[in-house]
Design a protein around this ligand. Structure first.
Ligand code: ADP
Length: 353
């Protein structure tokens, strides 16, 4: 096996608090192993346009506590073309980059597979606040984002209580309702609306009316961004049907920034170290993931198929290369995820009276 002289690290797709902690861990682990590290700026774009810098331990000092990504991020469409990909490969060869750690989401992992297939072994680290990568229990940024949501919503609750109001709050999560579900429980929401679970609007409104009749003054409703054209209209309908003055708030990108929580710094550090060790051990096309609090891996392509199965976006022939037994295992995994979600949703329902 070729000895690694230098690896690259990049962050791509939507940024997430804790990405810097991962970059720091990747850099320091590699240097500790006698391997140089090239920090690649603006995701895959930096590979195409050779925007990069050789990192020392000091280049990643004082960043473990900072949100965003010091490597910057970019959604680089050119990288999806064969020409762009070839330019990226040439840049790697020219700069003696023997392998890459790519921190990001689903799209980032697809790019990682493309690089691996063209001779640059790549390992992915899940970094996205939405926690929408089915194969991992956890992705970097999720905890910080949720802590920001509960801080913001606690403030809204104070003023709702003073004025006997309701506030409908839309939170991020384009493809997954995890932020809405978990923060909904944590803020004591009267209702949680996600794409994963059919929402019974009449029942929710009835419940709000009953709680009001029993003396409740403040009402919080959390809606995941992935439920299209819903939150604002729902706020109007609550007001009309319950007589409770109802405001609407979209937290949007405020939830993407901020200093990473302990959970995110710790997970990012563990995943960063693991990714480098895997790469130097000759492994590639893997996602570093967390399962039952342990850091382990899954093949990127298999991870993507599980993701598509869970989200109902499988394409024809996606599963052609998998055996019956493997497909059954994937289905069981998706069912477990869906059951976990439903169980938590039920908890929210039980305690929201
Ligand atoms: P995320 O990684 O958060 O899902 P994106 O979907 O925007 O974010 O993907 C990040 C980047 O990964 C894209 O800008 C592009 O450079 C690269 N990428 C996305 N999809 C593919 C693909 N199918 N093939 C190669 N590269 C891709």
């Amino acid at each position: 096996m070729a000895k690694f002289r230098r690896i690259g690290v990049l962050t791509s797709g939507g940024d997430a608090p804790g990405m810097n902690a991962a970059v720091r861990a990747v850099t320091r682990t590699a240097i500790q192993c006698g391997v140089e590290v090239m920090g690649i700026y603006e995701g895959y774009k930096g590979l195409i346009y050779e925007n990069m810098k050789l990192f020392s331990n000091r280049d990643v000092s004082n960043i473990i506590n900072i949100g965003g990504t010091l490597l910057y991020s970019d959604r680089c469409l050119e990288f999806k073309t064969e020409e762009g990909m070839q330019k990226a490969i040439e840049t790697c060869r020219k700069n003696q980059i023997d392998g890459i750690v790519a921190i990001g989401g689903d799209g980032t992992f697809r790019g990682a597979t493309d690089l691996t297939a063209r001779g640059i072994p790549t390992i992915g680290i899940p970094g996205t606040i939405d926690n929408d990568i089915t194969s991992t229990d956890y992705s970097i940024g999720f905890d910080t984002a949720m802590n920001t949501v509960i801080e913001m919503v606690d403030r809204l609750r104070d003023t709702c209580e003073s004025h006997a109001r309701c506030n409908v709050v839309e939170v991020m999560g384009r493809n997954a309702g995890y932020i809405a579900l978990e923060t909904g429980i944590a803020v004591g929401a009267s209702a949680i609306v996600t794409r994963e679970i059919p929402f019974d609007e009449a029942k929710a409104i009835q419940k709000i009316k009953e709680s009001k009749a029993s003396g409740k003054r403040n009402f919080i409703v959390i809606v995941a961004e992935g439920v299209p054209d819903f939150a604002e209209g729902f706020a109007k309908r609550i007001q009309e049907e319950t007589g409770i003055e109802t405001k609407f708030a979209r937290l949007a990108h405020v939830v993407r920034g901020g200093n990473p929580s302990l959970r995110d710094r710790l997970t990012a550090s563990r995943m960063g170290e693991a990714a480098v060790k895997l790469l130097l051990d000759g492994k590639s096309n893997l996602i570093v993931r967390e399962r039952d609090s342990k850091i382990c891996t899954i093949d990127i392509t298999l991870g993507q198929m599980i993701d598509r199965m869970y989200k109902g976006t499988l394409k024809d022939h996606d599963l052609d290369n998998y055996s019956e037994a493997e497909i059954e295992e994937m289905k069981a995994f998706c069912k477990m995820r869906a059951d976990e979600f439903a169980e938590l949703y039920n908890t929210a329902d039980v305690i929201s009276h």
